[in-house]
Design a protein around this ligand. Structure first.
Ligand SMILES: Cc1cc2nc3c(=O)[nH]c(=O)nc-3n(C[C@H](O)[C@H](O)[C@H](O)COP(=O)(O)O)c2cc1C
Length: 204
């Protein structure tokens, strides 16, 4: 039994090595942290494109992909979206701010049924999709050695209002999260959140 377990362990290790040679995925997830101080350096367009590519790879209910992104790099715009929100002033040195937006209405046919009826429907799963897309973006930011901080916008009316106004969002589009991204000094450490008491085997 012990020998079999050892053998299985060795095989698994080998397989895991093949799939994920350097543990980069685990390292990436466990290294992510909220960074709130940046050095003002600009983010290359190619890096931003890859970050958004990773974000858009997120899972999505019915594959409706309700997300859109408004990328801000002009610091004069930062002030207008942070209007009246003093907590956001610390993010002024970020190289870019990505406003992650959700269209709460699904327009038209589904991707898996392109010939379906062109009927607008309320997307009841948009919040779930937006959590996934935001986390994907944060992990990609971490992979590039950049820092970011998910800051809440939805569901706070007073936070969403200036963002909607300044960015000209259509009525059905919600500014879900405002994510400053930037280069940083590397001093912020990830938190160790592993808590075995949160795991229930078989039943609660
Ligand atoms: C939905 C959500 C909203 C958040 N809003 C803010 C925010 O408005 N301001 C802020 O500084 N951090 C915000 N955070 C970041 C959390 O404070 C942070 O994730 C938490 O303290 C855990 O730290 P970590 O991200 O370094 O693991 C938010 C995170 C989430 C998931």
């Amino acid at each position: 039994m012990a020998a079999a377990a050892m053998l299985f362990g060795a095989c698994c290790e080998k397989q895991c090595d093949t799939i994920n040679p350097t543990g980069v995925v685990m390292d990436n997830i466990l290294s992510r942290k909220s960074v709130r101080s940046y050095n003002g350096e600009a983010i290359p367009d190619s890096v931003m494109e890859n970050i958004l590519r990773a974000a858009m790879a997120a899972p999505s209910g019915r594959d409706w992909r309700p997300w859109s992104f408004v990328v801000l790099t002009d610091k004069s715009q930062y002030d207008s979206i942070f209007e009246g929100n003093h907590n956001m002033q610390k993010f002024k040195e970020s190289g870019a701010i990505v406003v992650i937006c959700a269209d709460t209405i699904h327009m038209g046919p589904t991707r898996d049924n392109p010939d379906g009826p062109d009927v607008a429907q309320v997307n009841q799963l948009w919040r779930d999709d937006m959590g996934a897309v935001t986390e994907n973006l944060l992990l990609a930011v971490e992979a590039y050695g950049l820092g970011a901080c998910w800051t809440a916008c939805y569901p706070y009316a007073e936070t969403m209002a200036p963002v909607k106004r300044c960015l000209g969002l259509p009525a059905s589009v919600v500014p879900y999260a405002v994510v400053p991204i930037g280069y940083h000094d590397g001093t912020t450490q990830p938190k160790d959140k592993w808590d075995p008491s949160r795991v229930h085997n078989g039943r609660w």
